[in-house]
Design a protein around this ligand. Structure first.
Ligand code: PMP
Ligand code: GLU
Length: 382
């Protein structure tokens, strides 16, 4: 029997970031020592107090379903965190999801109909494009690569890319895959265009806690943005909790009502005891977050210096833990070669909409980063 698959899944490819990290894992299982700089995942363990809170919650019997949008304690802790960021959300206007990815999926599926236009700032994280396509939307894209991945100098391109037909714009600052943190002037430019064309904006702030010497502004704090911004965040990156699968979004009540239907009919709720651990993460983990952030900053600086020693100038962002290394035009072939010959795993820029680059995650030890650069140099990749 052959199955007749829906066009919504046939329109997309599997996640490139996860595909390459799976390939690296397969090579490792065959005994190959791979320097895996592909997936964006902190190499730190989850802070002990968070693990303890998860265990305590399990022991206390928090093992059943929770109310669909999340336990009240966590929604309150999230509203308090958003308040610290200058965003005013009632806890009832938060949906707690199994990962930020699910939050984004629910938002796209709630807002995008067939043919609706979504604007992305390229390079953009791989799953935005896939989610838009699954929802039936079309894409309009703005290339930030000629501007060292900054948005401010590309505002005129953004102006040309959006119109009254644009339904949604996605802003991810600090950015995956560039690490760029957009300036206040850039965000104000986004605001002006969003208001002019009545565009809803997703502000994906999953790397907000991981910045180096700058304080990123939350888009929803800007005048005119409170009722048109959906703020997405999660626990994977700041708290090294990728496998716990915990994230959330906050937005206008009408969105919560509509997306809540998708949420309750698909995941029911995020994992009960994980939500309790999330409260601990938000309330008592500042020190561990700062330690991880400091380590990422040192690694970023070291990696940029190592590339500079080899004559390669890599644009360095002020946040997240990614760098876009300029490579051959055929970045796919470059990345395949780098993993096969040098055993260094990276993700082609074309997966993010920007060919000619390879994305490196520097959420790896300094020793492994050094080893990675040495291997790339030895095999003639830099
Ligand atoms: N947004 C961005 C920009 C990301 O890089 C990720 C990483 N996967 C996510 C959202 C979702 O992460 P998670 O589902 O682990 O919370
Ligand atoms: N966000 C991470 C990355 O870009 C995790 C993998 C994924 O979900 O795509 O590598």
């Amino acid at each position: 029997m052959t199955m007749d698959f829906a066009s919504r899944v046939q329109r997309v490819e599997p996640s490139a970031t996860l595909a390459i990290s799976n390939l690296a894992a397969e090579l490792e299982a065959d005994g190959v020592d791979v320097v895996d700089l592909s997936v964006g995942e902190p190499d730190f363990d989850t802070p002990q107090n968070v693990k303890d809170a998860g265990e305590d919650a399990l022991e206390a019997g928090h093992t059943g379903y929770t109310s669909s949008n999340g336990i009240p304690e966590l929604k309150e802790a999230i509203a308090a965190k958003l308040d610290d960021d200058g965003l005013d959300h009632d806890p009832e206007n938060v949906i707690v999801t199994p990962g930020g990815k699910q939050a984004l999926f629910e938002i796209f599926m709630s807002l995008i109909d067939d043919g609706d236009e979504v604007c992305l700032l390229d390079p953009a994280w791989v799953s935005y494009e896939a989610m838009v396509k699954m929802a039936g939307g079309t894409l309009s894209r703005v290339d930030l690569s000629p501007h060292d991945f900054q948005l401010e100098p590309a505002l005129s391109d953004l102006e040309a890319a959006v119109s009254d037909d644009t339904e949604l714009l996605v802003v991810n600052s600090p950015s995956n895959p560039t690490g760029a943190v957009y300036s206040d002037a850039a965000l104000e430019g986004v605001r002006d265009l969003a208001v002019e064309h009545n565009i809803t904006v997703i502000s994906d702030e999953i790397y907000k806690e991981i910045t180096y010497g700058v304080e990123p502004t939350s888009l929803g704090t800007l005048d005119g943005m409170a009722d048109r911004t959906i703020t997405v965040n999660g626990f994977s990156k700041a708290y090294a909790m990728t496998g716990w699968r915990l994230g959330y979004f906050a937005g206008p009540e009408e969105l919560i009502d509509q997306a809540g239907k998708l949420h309750s009919h698909s995941v029911s709720c995020a994992v009960n005891f994980v939500q309790h651990a999330g409260v601990e993460a938000l309330e008592n983990t500042d020190e561990a977050v700062v330690e991880m952030r400091d380590a990422f900053e040192e690694r970023r600086d070291m990696l940029a210096d190592l590339f500079a020693d080899h004559g390669v100038d890599v644009p360095v962002g002020d946040g997240a833990f990614y760098m876009m290394l300029p490579v051959d035009d055929d970045d796919q072939a470059w990345c395949e070669g780098a993993i096969e010959d040098a055993h260094v795993a990276t993700v082609p820029g074309s997966a993010f909409g920007t060919p000619g680059y390879a994305r490196l995650s520097y959420a790896a030890s300094k020793e492994r980063l050094r080893e990675g650069v040495e291997r790339l140099a030895e095999h003639g990749y830099i």
